[in-house]
Design a protein around this ligand. Structure first.
Ligand code: 26Q
Length: 817
């Protein structure tokens, strides 16, 4: 309930908005028009708080975190904003009175999909928590013209469709041309000696105007509204060109093109580095604009730039924003006139770096040629950072050239972004305990040994406001009925549910809510896939980006194995199971796309096989994204978290499933380890090799999957079905590449790099346990409730408090209205 919320005014605003924006009366308005009208009405409600929040920050002169990220996977804003202003009931009533259903209106909004997966969604959860906790924070990113592609499934194959998310406008954004800044690319550096000091002047460059758009990030029930600032690129007004370049038609056209292309599209790679020039341009573009702006803002109030880090901290979301380091150095050296040592002191007190992956193919390495051509002055600074860093290595390890080779920022013709980020940051953190240990002891061992004090862990979290309160209203209300609503802003309170876990009536209530949510998802599946699924079957779900290390392939191979068993033994005793997948594959990732086709081919055969009596169903949900994720988590019984141990830095869907009462079927990887620690190993289904075992095998050249293939007839049969046309009669060779990836050392230097066959039996065993466990309804309900009640640790509110305590050192601000 929001006491200040005036229903009558809100209603009038909605009706007026429809009139003013569309020249229609409310009864003539389309749902999309009503969405627009309601969104603007919500903006009206929060605008004063947005202003007041920033006034308060100014007044307090509060230290601010800038969360710098190439990705913010925000999803839809309207429903979440209504929840965070605590006016869900009121808005629902207003819309009812006007003859509209709030859920239908929310469905009109396109997802803001300015991110790929985990890393981008984490940034969005962090913004929600920062605002809810009342910490001064900006998210800084790019206003991609096209976000994450929309996925269509045609004939079982993924087809990418551009995501024209801005086509109807974005009601929540505000353009801020007054903060536009110029960003320069290319050209050369001229050195001029003035008063005995060298000046570095970039000339012959191309530039674009960076123009920010602000989006409100609304705290839950606390009047705080923070800002996500995303930058658009516009051509520099030709009249602003250097006198030298004025009238240079060619250059004007080139700059116009640069501006258009730079923010055109989000790179759809997840955990995979693509060394594209445009990507580096995007990185420097939004970083230069954000850092310039942060410095300007600081200088409006402060004299001495050397104290910058008292008021500002830059958190680098992976290495993608690492040019922050040389860009800040450039501004301090070239524009503020600091000495190198002064500038370095400021920079290293301001920047902190988060690592999200150990996958070597995700490490950013830029060819010197490209880097220095695009960012000539920045490259000079990187060279100097590298030179001094190597000196540091050598004084620490005299004569040890191996160390230099392994740790240098520039080596082998490449600029290594992670090494620069580590060298220049005062904090380096991993995103789950296991991941941080692997960083310290394996991947970044040399760096950890040289500067152990920088390394720390911040286990990821998720926002319960979106993933329970908004996504699962039935369960949210039930929880609140039982224990009150403190969990909304203090998730550990949810532990109070534990006493109800063994209560028969509560178990019934809980399972009934799960059942209702399964009906809701079954309806969605019927509408989108045309497949009937039985809400009484076990909903076994794997939704996440498609990547070999996440092993969707192992999941579908196991489905094939189950199907074979059912065919052999039609009377097999088995609880009906619905396997649900959702995953986008990077557009250029052939094997991942083929895996999607395999899932859909298997689904086609199984779903149309009358002989198995609907005991097995397979569904691939098209276009998995934040908005349908909310429905999926709410309806899940089993959460598939089956990455090869050591590969998944944290995972965050594991936490969203747990919050919604699904049981984890997973490996001891990422944050699964901590989930099991919280809920107890007996309330999850853990299988497979440990990260230590995996790493040991990897260091010894892998293993031989042929042995398994030759000795395990069930596995052999499944693999043969990949190449005998069993699931692709029209093209028996279709899945040959997948078969080869598992067995054929010729196709890559190792077979089955992700230990799918090695873990298969233990995975199948775990599934068997799920089948047996589900028959005991009381045990299952108890376990599900215990999962919910033990998920307190995994709120992003806790994660943010840890970042604040150990890294950012911010103070909470109160906003009175
Ligand atoms: C790099 C260079 C060029 C183009 C793209 C990229 C790129 C883009 C996105 C590299 C990596 C990503 C995304 C990584 C990611 O999402 N990592 C996930 O981060 C989550 C939040 O910490 C973790 O929970 C996941 O375990 C981790 O995989």
């Amino acid at each position: 309930m929001n006491k200040g919320f005036d229903k009558a005014t809100f209603k009038r605003t909605v009706v007026d908005n429809v009139k003013n924006m569309f020249r229609r009366t409310i009864d003539e308005a389309t749902p999309q028009q009503v969405f627009q009208a309601v969104a603007y009405a919500v903006k009206d409600v929060i605008i004063d708080e947005w202003i007041a929040t920033h006034k308060e920050y100014e007044k307090k002169d509060a230290k601010t975190v800038y969360y710098l990220s190439m990705e913010f996977l925000m999803g839809r804003a309207l429903g979440n904003n209504i929840i965070n202003i605590c006016a869900r009931e009121e808005v629902k009533e207003v819309l009812d009175e006007l003859g509209f259903d709030l859920n239908v209106i929310e469905d009109q909004e396109p997802d803001a999909a300015l991110g790929n997966g985990g890393l981008g969604r984490l940034a969005a959860c962090f913004l929600d928590s920062l605002a809810t906790l009342g910490y001064p924070a900006y998210g800084c990113g790019i206003r991609y013209r096209y976000g994450m592609f929309k996925q269509k499934i045609e004939n079982g194959f993924q087809v990418e469709v551009p995501d024209d998310w801005l086509k109807d406008g974005n009601p929540f954004e505000i353009r801020r041309p007054e903060y536009a800044t110029e960003v320069k690319f290319g050209g050369y550096v001229r050195i001029e000696n003035r008063d005995g000091r060298n000046r570095f002047i970039q000339e012959g460059y191309q530039s674009v105007m960076a123009v920010p758009y602000d989006l409100p990030v609304i705290g839950y029930g606390n009047n705080v509204v923070n800002t996500l600032r995303i930058w658009d690129a516009q051509p520099i007004n030709t009249f602003n060109l250097d006198s030298f370049d004025r009238g240079d038609y060619q250059k004007a056209v080139e700059q116009e093109n640069l501006a258009k292309t730079i923010v055109e599209v989000l790179y759809p790679n997840d955990n995979h580095y693509a060394g594209k020039e445009l990507r580096l341009k995007q990185q420097y573009f939004f970083i230069s604009a954000s850092v310039q702006r942060a410095v300007k803002k600081y200088k409006e109030k402060h004299e001495d730039i050397r104290n910058f880090s008292d008021k500002v901290v830059f958190q680098l979301n992976d290495t993608h924003p690492t040019v922050t380091i040389p860009e800040l150095m450039r501004i301090l050296l070239d524009e503020e006139g600091l000495t190198w040592d002064e500038a370095w002191a400021v920079t290293t007190r301001t920047c902190a770096y988060t690592n999200h992956t150990i996958m070597s193919e995700a490490l950013e390495k830029w060819p010197i040629e490209l880097f220095s051509r695009l960012l000539p002055r920045i490259y000079q600074i990187v060279e100097e950072i590298n030179r001094r860093f190597i000196e540091q290595i050598q004084s620490r390890y005299p004569g040890n050239y191996e160390k230099v080779k392994k740790m240098a920022i520039i080596y082998d013709g490449q600029v290594k972004m992670a090494y620069m980020a580590i060298a220049a940051s005062f904090s380096v953190n991993g995103v789950a305990r296991l991941h941080t240990e692997i960083l310290k002891n394996e991947e970044l061992k040399d760096f950890y040994q040289m500067m152990p004090e920088k390394f720390n862990n911040k286990t990821n979290g998720i926002t319960q406001r979106r993933f329970l309160l908004h996504g699962n209203p039935l369960l949210a209300d039930w929880v609140t009925d039982k224990i009150g609503d403190e969990w909304i802003t203090d998730l550990p309170h949810i532990e109070k549910l534990a006493i109800y876990a063994s209560d028969y009536k509560c178990q019934q209530e809980f399972m009934n809510i799960k059942y209702q949510n399964k009906i809701r998802l079954a309806k969605y599946i019927k509408e989108h896939n045309g497949v009937d699924v039985d809400p009484r079957s076990i909903f076994d779900v794997q939704v996440k980006r498609l990547h070999e290390y996440k092993r969707q392939l192992m999941n579908i191979l196991h489905v094939m194995y189950l199907y074979n068993q059912l065919k052999d033994n039609p009377n097999m005793d088995m609880v009906p199971r619905t396997f649900i997948f959702g995953a986008k594959a990077a557009a250029g990732y052939k094997r991942a796309k083929l895996t999607i086709k395999l899932i859909n081919s298997v689904a086609d055969v199984i779903n149309n096989d009358k002989t198995i009596n609907g005991r097995l169903k397979v569904v691939f949900i098209e276009d998995y994204r934040v908005s349908n994720a909310e429905l999926i988590f709410a309806a899940a019984d089993v959460s598939e978290q089956i990455s090869t141990a050591s590969k998944e830095a944290s995972g965050t869907s594991n936490m969203k499933f747990m919050l919604n009462g699904a049981l984890t079927l997973g490996t001891m990887d990422g944050a699964n380890v901590e989930i099991v620690e919280e809920v107890g190993a007996d309330r999850a289904f853990i299988f497979g090799m440990s990260s230590d075992e995996v790493i040991r095998y990897e260091n010894n050249g892998g293993y031989n999957p042929m042995e398994i293939f030759n000795n395990d007839q069930d596995i052999r049969r499944v693999l043969m079905q990949l190449i005998n046309g069993y699931f692709s009669p029209q093209d028996p060779e279709l899945f040959r590449d997948i078969y080869n990836s598992l067995l054929n050392t010729k196709s890559s230097d190792r077979a089955d790099t992700y230990f799918i066959l090695k873990d298969f039996r233990s995975y199948a065993e775990a599934h068997k346990k799920v089948d047996r466990a589900y028959r005991d309804e009381a045990w299952w309900a108890e376990s599900a409730i215990l999962n919910v009640s033990h998920c307190g640790k995994f709120t992003s509110d806790r994660t943010i408090e840890e970042y604040v305590r150990d890294i950012w050192h911010l103070s909470k601000v109160q906003v009175e209205m």
